[in-house]
Design a protein around this ligand. Structure first.
Ligand SMILES: [Zn+2]
Length: 350
């Protein structure tokens, strides 16, 4: 239904009209990341120690930077005639420096832009490693979320498997100096890169970087490979589904480079994710209607199977999927609770 107006796919950088981001969503996002986790939860290991970024060419001057260990942070490099752009900055200054070294091996064009797909520290703590003449670009909402470095370090340190030294030297959270609301283009010379913020996803300000020639999209934490559960950290499934529909309507994505995990194909990945979120939403609502507690819901839950995953990713993502799925049940449950305790979300935002 939402895709009836998408026959003209956005091949020529004209921003499509998408529904306004409702104030109700804005009311949810101001609460920040949920810190509660299900009992026994083990999150992804994002320790940057020994992490190497391996360039994978997607087309001339377009590279995915794939983490040597799944599910640590991936990135990207896009090169034009005049300048190069990097997607995401890594968890610490060392990763920021490693990314710059990779760029210098790939091109002699000057690095001018770093795009942050999310505000999370594993994508932004490396910002400070880039010289001042490199612009840091992200959505306005991502920048607004970069307000409490101590809290962000505390939350992200849970993904370091004890290697807290990895982010000890992060004392400055360099914010984006260029921001946009829903869409912007960056002209690298003979190559234009599109930046999109489709609305609430993993976070409130998730950014998708789209390169129209290769039709490759860097999706950060917004969208992973089919079969990889997302993480609902700042709101329930409904607004996330709307944001994914906006992406599907706006972009003819062939290749997806997620912030974590293996690369994926475009359309089927978005469809899988929408289906996962819709099924999750129905299951949690039905459980709440039956009066189930969170613990009962979690006990009944069947996590997504890893069948869609490439074999080399199954061993790294199988158990993680189960953990993220349990987190998503919890987040959806809490979101429903919160919304039923507010008169209306729209009223709360006024
Ligand atoms: Zn991440």
């Amino acid at each position: 239904m939402p895709d009836t107006s998408t026959n003209q796919r956005n091949a020529n950088a004209q921003p499509v009209q998408f529904p306004p981001i409702l104030p109700a969503h804005a009311a949810v996002i101001t609460d920040g990341e949920i810190e509660e986790r299900p009992e026994g939860y083990v999150g992804p290991n994002l320790d940057p120690a020994r992490l190497e970024l391996i360039p994978k060419p997607l087309g001339e001057g377009v590279f995915a930077l794939l983490a040597s260990e799944i599910p640590k942070d991936n990135g990207g490099v896009i090169v034009g005639d005049r300048a190069a752009l990097v997607v995401d900055a890594g968890m610490n200054l060392e990763m920021g420096h490693q990314i710059q070294a990779v760029v210098h091996r790939l091109t002699d064009r000057p690095l001018r832009f770093v795009v942050n797909t999310t505000y999370h520290g594993d994508h932004t703590f490396g910002n400070a490693a880039f010289p001042n003449e490199v612009h840091i670009v992200s959505s306005r909402i991502n920048r607004a979320s970069m307000c409490d470095l101590a809290r962000e370090k505390r939350i992200r340190s849970r993904n370091l498997r004890g290697n807290l030294a990895a982010i000890e030297q992060v004392t400055r959270w360099r914010e984006p100096d260029v921001t946009f609301e829903h869409f912007m283009e960056i002209d690298l010379g003979g190559r234009t890169v599109q930046l999109w913020a489709f609305g609430q996803g993993n976070g409130p300000g998730d950014v998708v970087v789209y390169e129209p020639v290769t039709r490759a999209a860097w999706t950060g934490n917004f969208l992973g490979h089919a079969g990889v559960a997302p993480m609902l950290l700042e709101g329930g499934p409904e607004p996330y589904i709307e944001s994914l529909r906006r992406m599907r309507a706006a972009l003819d994505t062939q290749v997806i480079v997620p912030g974590h995990g293996p690369m994926a194909r475009g359309g089927e990945t978005i469809d899988w994710m929408i289906d996962y979120l819709a099924t999750l939403d129905r299951a949690v609502r039905a459980g709440v209607d039956q009066g189930l507690t969170l613990e009962q819901l979690l006990a009944r839950r069947q996590p997504p199977t890893a069948e869609q995953l490439p074999p080399q990713a199954r061993q790294h993502l199988g158990d993680l999927n189960r953990n993220m799925d349990r987190l998503n049940v919890l987040a959806t449950f809490r979101d429903l609770e919160r919304r039923s305790s507010r008169p209306t979300a729209a009223a709360a935002s006024r």
